[in-house]
Design a protein around this ligand. Structure first.
Ligand SMILES: [Zn+2]
Length: 323
């Protein structure tokens, strides 16, 4: 009995909330329609305008525009209040923990009478629809609450596994991941610092070839700058310089490619893998000035070494020889 009572009150709240949504939508539509139609001259105004002179008319029109602004503000205020009420009502709703069950209605399909069969199909459609709404709203809820800084592509896994977001991980995990990557490569050293609080900045030194600054947000790579080995990593104030580009064209090109790689390897849900893949890719620049292009077999092309590394094979290519 108690369960039924709670279900009943839930349904009532849901009805009230849905009504709230409907009236809010109608208010918003009304507002936009009023704005789109613009100010209306009513008959009184027209009579006044006929009687009064041009200068007075100007004053009159300015006062009528004031009136309209007030009217709009009033409607907006109303919308704001309704939205607040709606949010309170939504807060009082409890989401269903289990999916809707067809229950005894499933037995209707066994009835051979064609009149009642139609009812079964309607019920089935209704069930599918409810299931879809449930699924979409779950995904929407995750997206809206999970990641306010989402990248352009959002992968929704088919197994409905909750997506892990890389930007909200504890500092220790970031340190451990970077430490593990540091041990993977002999020639590449990574130094973690936190000049801006929680988020780590990794200073990379790759042999005597290049230095890079990788800015992380959690375990999500936000920004990469690659500079020559002899260019400073710190700015004049002794802080890590995150933005100044290299003065050399080669490293400007590598920076561009590193940012492309950062986006390519970014995969929400596989926290460690994307960071590890990126650093493995960056490590392949060890042969920036010694490796030959995979296509033309030359060191230089247009006075530039092979500045591109293929994402999967890590083969060097000139910009013009890219596959
Ligand atoms: Zn080439």
């Amino acid at each position: 009995m108690a369960a039924q009572e709670t279900t009943g009150s839930n349904v009532e709240t849901l009805m009230t909330t849905l009504n709230g949504v409907r009236s809010l939508r109608s208010q918003v539509t009304h507002y936009f329609r009023t704005v789109a139609e613009g100010p209306k001259e009513n008959e009184d105004d027209q009579q006044q305008q006929q009687q009064q002179q041009q200068q007075q008319n100007q004053e009159n029109s300015s006062s009528s525009s004031n009136n309209i602004c007030e009217k709009y503000a009033l409607v907006l205020e109303n919308i704001k209040n309704q939205l607040r009420d709606l949010e309170t009502q939504v807060g009082g709703l409890t989401p269903p923990t289990t999916t809707t069950n067809l229950g005894n209605t499933g037995v209707i399909s066994l009835d051979p009478s064609p009149d009642k069969l139609r009812l079964y199909h309607q019920l089935l459609d209704c069930y599918t629809w409810t299931e879809k709404v449930h699924c979409y709203s779950t995904t929407m809820n995750q997206l809206l609450h999970g990641n306010s800084l989402k990248r352009s592509s959002v992968s929704i896994s088919k197994r409905r596994r909750p997506t892990q977001y890389n930007h909200n991980v504890p500092q220790q995990q970031v340190d451990m991941t970077i430490q593990a990557i540091n041990q993977m490569f002999q020639v590449m050293t990574l130094n973690v610092s936190r000049p801006f609080g929680n988020n780590a900045v990794v200073q990379v030194t790759l042999g005597r070839v290049l230095r890079a600054v990788v800015t992380l947000k959690g375990l999500l790579i936000e920004w990469v700058v690659v500079r020559a080995y002899n260019e400073p990593l710190l700015d004049e104030e002794g802080k890590v310089d995150l933005y100044t580009p290299s003065q050399y064209k080669v490293f400007q090109k590598v920076t561009d490619n590193a940012n492309a790689a950062m986006l390519n390897f970014c995969s929400p849900g596989f926290t460690d893998l994307s960071v590890r893949s990126f650093f493995t890719w960056l490590h392949s620049y060890q042969s920036l000035f010694t490796g030959v292009c995979k296509r033309c077999d030359m060191h230089l092309h247009n006075h530039m070494p092979p500045t591109w590394r293929e994402f999967r094979t890590l083969d060097p290519f000139h910009e013009e020889c890219k596959p």
